[in-house]
Design a protein around this ligand. Structure first.
Ligand code: SF4
Length: 399
């Protein structure tokens, strides 16, 4: 065998060996990639599994509570709010049944006792004197007109009568407070629960109203702390919280909620619920309003812009259901804007934990579903009006 032949055969073997090496490198790399992929997949699936367990545990924690908890974290609320929708609604409905009679709905009627001319700049409000909405400012109405409206509301099945005045606060309104105290006394004589909304009050004013026999004082936080400055500039979020504290300290029940559809994000819904769910004491009544844009207000104008955030119905349901799970004893009230909802949408809100409505001729300035229409709807669903003072006669956390 010549040297040349030897070299030829050696270089052939070398070429084969190199090819084999490169093939095994490719195979090895493929195996390595597969292994890495499987490891990632395993890690991601166990992460998902862990997240699912965590989600279940926050929901389960909420479901296991026998009395309201006030130290919720935003992360916990976010977790609940983002639960798959059917599961969220189902759990909220079960929780509702642990704390309330599922057949009962509180029917309230609202009356504007002093319309328009308010000095505040709430961007959505028809009653602010800063906007040209065509609303005529009026003086405080007479006692007999209030009594007449309350009698009519009672005859139509209302068990709570709410009176609203467009004022910034009650500073220097001694005679106003006295007159409203008279109204409260007269409405109470009819056996109706009473609620008023008069702007900011201090503790002394709240005590005066309590002594007149008032059941609840309405003062909303409107939205999340973060979104609030985009809606109102003439009073702070903390001013609002202070009024609610004053109300609760006086022994009055707080009726406190907000408005959805002010151009806020879903994260703002979580922030809004976080403020309510971490109050020293949850609101006895939690109104959920859906914005009815009023021509002439800055908010109505803003919402026509292309990039404005529109309220989606599933986020209304998520807000109601989360509220029901984390504030189980509160009466959740579908308030302004209900007339814009389809009956099926209202039904879903009840499934999510609502148990109160406003019914009558009008809200403060917007339309309201009428008594007859609501009676027919509730009858169809097998629901009945909640009796007055039922929720205040018992200290039991569970029904
Ligand atoms: S929402 Fe109330 S405080 Fe704000 S402008 Fe209207 S009436 Fe005044």
């Amino acid at each position: 065998m010549s040297f040349q032949v030897l070299t030829k055969s050696a270089s052939k073997r070398l070429a084969m060996w190199t090819k084999f090496r490169s093939m095994s490198t490719v195979v090895g790399d493929m195996l390595k990639t597969d292994l890495a992929n499987s490891r990632d997949a395993l890690a991601s699936s166990s992460k998902k599994g862990f997240e699912a367990t965590k989600r279940q545990s926050v929901l389960q924690l909420a479901r296991s509570l026998k009395s309201p908890r006030t130290d919720w974290t935003k992360e916990e609320l976010r977790e609940i709010y983002n639960t798959p929708l059917l599961e969220l609604l189902h759990q909220a409905q079960l929780h509702h049944r642990d704390f309330h009679d599922p057949q009962e709905v509180q029917i309230c009627t609202l009356l504007s006792i002093k319309t328009g001319g308010c000095t505040e700049d709430c961007k959505y409000c028809a009653q602010s004197s800063r906007y040209d909405t065509g609303l005529k400012a009026e003086k405080l109405i007479q006692l007999e007109d209030v009594v007449k409206a309350a009698v009519e509301a009672k005859e139509n099945g209302a068990t709570r009568f709410c009176m609203g005045a467009a004022w910034r606060d009650m500073k220097g309104r001694k005679s106003g407070i006295r007159k409203i105290g008279e109204m409260v006394k007269e409405v109470n004589k009819l056996g109706l629960e009473t609620c008023v909304t008069l702007g900011m009050v201090d503790e002394e004013q709240a005590v005066t109203l309590k002594e007149a026999g008032l059941t609840a004082y309405n003062h909303n936080i409107d939205t999340s702390r973060e979104h609030y400055p985009k809606v109102i500039s003439t009073r702070t979020y903390d001013d609002r919280l202070q009024t609610i504290k004053n109300v609760q300290k006086s022994g009055l029940k707080a009726c406190t909620g907000g408005i959805l559809g002010l151009g806020e994000t879903r994260e703002d819904h979580i922030g809004f619920l976080f403020t309510l769910a971490t109050m020293d004491s949850h609101p006895e009544s939690l109104p959920i309003n859906m914005l009815v844009p009023i021509r002439g207000t800055p908010m109505a104008e803003e919402l026509t812009k292309k990039n404005s955030i529109k309220l989606e119905f599933d986020s209304v349901l998520r807000t109601v259901a989360t509220a029901r799970l984390v504030m189980p004893k509160s009466i959740i009230r579908l308030a302004a804007g209900r007339y814009t909802m389809k009956e099926t949408e209202q039904f879903l809100c009840f499934m999510a934990g609502c148990n109160a409505i406003f019914s009558g001729k009008k809200m403060l300035t917007t339309m309201c579903n009428g008594w007859d229409e609501d009676k027919a709807m509730l009858e169809k669903w097998g629901l009945k009006p909640m009796k007055s003072f039922k929720k205040h006669s018992s200290n039991l956390s569970l029904v």
